[in-house]
Design a protein. Sequence first.
Length: 212
Amino acid sequence: MTETACRLYLVTPPALEPAAFAPKLTEALDAGDVACVQLRLKDCSDDAVRRACDALRPIAQERGVAFILNDHPELARETGCDGVHVGQQDTSYAQARRIVGNDAIVGVTCHDSRHLAMEAGEAGADYVAFGAFFPTTTKDAAFKAEPELLRWWSELMEVPCVAIGGITQENCGPLVSAGADFLAVVGAVWNHPDGPGAAVRAFNAAIAAAEG
Ligand SMILES: Cc1ncc(COP(=O)(O)OP(=O)(O)O)c(N)n1
Ligand SMILES: Cc1nc(C(=O)O)sc1CCOP(=O)(O)O
Ligand SMILES: [Mg+2]
């Protein structure tokens, strides 16, 4: 499987039934190169998050794909996730790091802010996430980021950057060219008319084409 410099970071739909979603995740991960899966469940109980982690985490980890939990550092540690993603309204980076430990991945949402990204990077974040780059129906995104931010960050900083928000196989080229290390995607993978495997293959091809 060809690994490009920019890689795919799959984020789950905000609500899912683990048994029904497991084959979709398997199809996506077996179709091509994926670096990471984030379990992002909104408005559900800790027990539901635990059950989803138990069902989905092995599918990713058995394939060498990092499994990251959104929002819940304590649950990430308890359930054996590879890391946690925290936003500006969530547990702070420093507290998340204390909870998951130094060996785990901690990623931080930085919206469209150079300042937030520099703070997170200097504090030790494993990646910074910028967005939303395009209109999205997955969440009410209050911030709008431009590809130039990715260019600025990737030319100056070592810490990897993730682009998120409305990214599709058709519009991702400029983000790849601007230096995104990862493309984080929900709808364009899980809602793809030909299924998540076809979606991953199309992303892999679009990324390779943009890298020339
Ligand atoms: C990779 C990645 N980037 C950004 C986000 C958004 O996080 P946050 O701002 O905390 O919003 P919610 O996802 O929690 O609604 C993310 N989850 N992943
Ligand atoms: C979870 C999330 N965070 C965003 C941000 O801008 O921080 S945009 C977003 C939704 C991404 O879903 P889709 O790929 O379907 O647009
Ligand atoms: Mg959050």
